[in-house]
Design a protein around this ligand. Structure first.
Ligand code: BGC
Length: 355
């Protein structure tokens, strides 16, 4: 079978490799891959800046945003051949730490977790893959194209849960949310915000292309322009930050309504410096009981929430987020961004086209 592989730490090492098909263990599903999404983390791995091969190996099978169709399932697993399925990314550390012991491997304390396609475990960017039944997530059968958004949606479901838990420390009835960045994470955060009945605002740099309409079709408001002006006009109770851009992060912290919550989801490169008035930032957080929380990854509960949200969403709207489908044999194109890209996926089943 063919798979997307990379030597972590070595730029330009991404390649299409021929590997033996995996054989499922007694508790595994055997899955025919349909598509795998490409995100910032994958691009970082391909650039040599992130990622770890499995112990004793040089190459890692890339891909953590998965979608596949079950070929073979253990009896009593609840899955049958033909079901759409996505695989969970993270596995608990072997110690395990307290968080992992409680099923909260997304909150692992000792950093010894593994992640498929990222850290010491092969990913889902292969024509055939296996996944243990407890780490397999059922995807609504209507989502044979958009189901590849399961993993990013799980990340967003966790971010929303964090916001709600932080908010629950006192009376909390948020009305307005500002999402910064209209990439896949931002758009899915806006979707989950609109499902909560909030007044949703999205800020992005681009003024044309598919993003403004995607936001409008959620009943949300699309903004471009200066972040401070937008914050002053919206005065959000919640900001979900999905760009990782330092200036936006600090503006968001200063620009929320009292008791504001800023949830940071963007992973930024280190080394970019910015001058901030630390006193003013501190003062704002203290005097308004504000909170800033970082959020990464997702546990099984978040995948369940994501599966429910995707099943309840408009499939055609979700499919518009998947803006480019690149067949496996042309995988290099998937790592070269284009201006109108939102979510690029690599197709694993012979479908897809790259214009
Ligand atoms: C993935 C997460 C993962 C994180 C750090 C993100 O792109 O969505 O599941 O935990 O990278 O490796």
């Amino acid at each position: 079978m063919r798979a997307v592989t990379v030597s972590p730490g070595r730029e330009g090492s991404v390649a299409l490799s021929e590997l033996p098909e995996p054989s499922p263990g007694p508790d595994d599903l055997l899955v025919d891959g349909l598509a795998v999404g490409v995100c910032g983390t994958d691009r970082e791995i391909v650039s040599g800046a992130y990622g770890w091969a499995p112990p004793g190996r040089d190459r890692l099978v890339l891909g953590h945003e998965s979608l596949g169709r079950v070929r073979q399932a253990p009896a009593g697993s609840g899955f049958t051949p033909g079901d759409l399925v996505a695989g969970v990314v993270r596995r608990p550390d072997p110690v395990p730490c307290g968080a992992c012991a409680h099923g909260q491997f997304d909150m692992c304390r000792n950093g010894r977790y593994t992640e498929r396609g990222i850290k010491q475990a092969d990913g889902y960017g292969a024509e055939v893959w296996t996944v243990p039944v407890p780490y397999a997530v059922r995807v609504d059968p209507r989502l044979s194209r958009a189901g590849v958004l399961m993993e990013p949606t799980s990340v967003v479901a966790k971010a929303w849960e964090q916001v709600e838990r932080v908010g629950a420390r006192a009376w909390f009835e948020p009305r307005r949310v500002l999402v910064t960045g209209a990439g896949p994470i931002g758009l899915l955060a806006a979707l989950l915000g609109s499902r909560r009945g909030l007044d949703v605002h999205v800020l992005d740099r681009v003024t044309d292309g598919p993003k403004p309409k995607l936001v409008a079709d959620l009943g949300a408001e699309y903004h471009t322009g200066d972040v401070d002006d937008v914050l002053a006009a919206v005065r959000p109770d919640i900001v979900i930050e999905a760009t990782g851009v330092g200036r936006l992060v600090f503006s968001a912290i200063e620009g929320t309504a009292p008791y504001g919550i800023v949830c940071l989801t963007g992973v930024s490169p280190a080394g970019r410096r910015l001058t901030v008035d630390a006193g003013s930032v501190n003062r704002e957080i203290v005097l308004e009981n504000d909170a800033v929380v970082g959020s990464v990854n997702a546990n099984l509960d978040h995948y369940r929430q994501a599966a429910e949200a995707l099943a309840g969403a408009d499939a055609a709207w979700l499919e518009r987020i998947v803006s480019r489908r690149v067949p496996l044999e042309r995988l290099a194109e998937a790592f070269t961004p284009r201006p109108d890209d939102i979510k690029t996926v690599i197709t694993l089943d012979g479908s897809g086209s790259a214009p």
